[in-house]
Design a protein around this ligand. Structure first.
Ligand code: ZN
Length: 301
């Protein structure tokens, strides 16, 4: 019988919790607003207690979280959300708050590393060992797997906050990142798109200039990622990428910016199979957390 896992997708506005074994078998799902750590984590723990009484014991729990986080198991603050601008969640020990109630292996990583792992196990990155998952929505964040391992290092990648060339004449918008202004996230996240053009994202027609500029910034970020990590594929998720007509614009712009320097079919005729949408759709977050739970169980054996 397949082992049952608990999954937590810890977001800045809501927590989504679920119980299941993998794709096609998420048995239950519940959402709570992200209020205070004490209140929200109490709801999480109650949810898992109830589900264990219905479905049987969990083998492990996986948590993919908004960040920044401390993902290092040897660190005294492992499992904490660290310097988030959401003040009540600064230094919130979310893994210890689950472990108090569940003496189980607990996998913990960024939401984008979780999504990357889920896509590798069941989605658009199957068979690959070096690839990137980038989300472009309210924020921009990237998860990376290199040589079969999710990248952590000093902390974890924060690809959304890379600087990209900003042509102030073409685009006088200063950017919305509270830390950097015109980093990639500041220029190209959903709030920047709406603030620059003073209209809601879903109201842009497909031929609006906003998409050309958006594709330009995303492509600049992708070329940096391609030249640094040499990923075998890049998966683009998040709310802004829900507008499918932006993919061909990004493909064209990446080819243009690479300027023939990387002589691979993926940079040319095969680029539509190289920069792709996620395969797990709206279950990517929970499935990513289940993948983190599985990984934690495997490494505890
Ligand atoms: Zn920034």
């Amino acid at each position: 019988m397949s082992q049952l896992f608990g999954a937590i997708e810890a977001g800045g506005t809501k927590f989504i919790c679920g119980v299941g074994t993998g794709p096609g078998d998420i048995r239950v799902e519940s959402r709570f607003p992200t209020t205070t750590p004490a209140e929200t984590m109490a709801q999480v723990n109650t949810f898992f207690r109830e589900q264990e009484s219905i479905h049987g014991p969990l083998a492990a729990i996986g948590i993919s979280a908004f960040g920044p986080i401390d993902p290092h198991p040897q660190s005294p603050t492992f499992g904490y959300i660290t310097t988030t601008p959401k003040l009540v969640w600064q230094n919130a020990p979310i893994v210890p708050m689950v472990r108090e109630h569940f003496d189980l292996p607990i996998g913990f990583d960024t939401d984008v590393n979780g999504a990357a792992l889920g896509e590798q196990r069941w989605g658009a990155a199957q068979g690959l060992d070096t690839f990137v998952y980038l989300t472009i929505g309210t924020g921009i964040g990237g998860g990376a797997m290199v040589g079969g391992k999710l990248v952590h290092g000093l902390m974890h990648p924060e690809m959304g906050h890379m600087y990209v060339p900003h042509d102030w004449e073409r685009d006088p918008f200063p950017g919305v990142c509270p830390f950097h202004g015109d980093c990639l996230e500041g220029l190209a996240n959903g709030p920047a798109l709406e603030a620059r053009w003073q209209r809601k994202g879903e109201t842009f027609p497909p031929d609006h200039e906003a998409w050309l500029l958006e594709a330009h910034y995303i492509a600049l970020g992708l070329v940096n990622i391609i030249t640094i990590l040499s990923p075998q594929r890049i998966i683009l998720g998040g709310g802004v990428m829900g507008s499918p007509h932006i993919f061909p614009l990004i493909h064209r712009e990446v080819r243009h910016l690479i300027k023939g320097y990387i002589q691979m079919p993926q940079m040319d005729a095969d680029i539509a199979g190289y920069i792709v949408p996620p395969a797990l759709g709206n279950q990517a977050g929970l499935l990513g957390s289940i993948a983190l739970a599985q990984q934690a169980l495997e490494s505890s054996l």
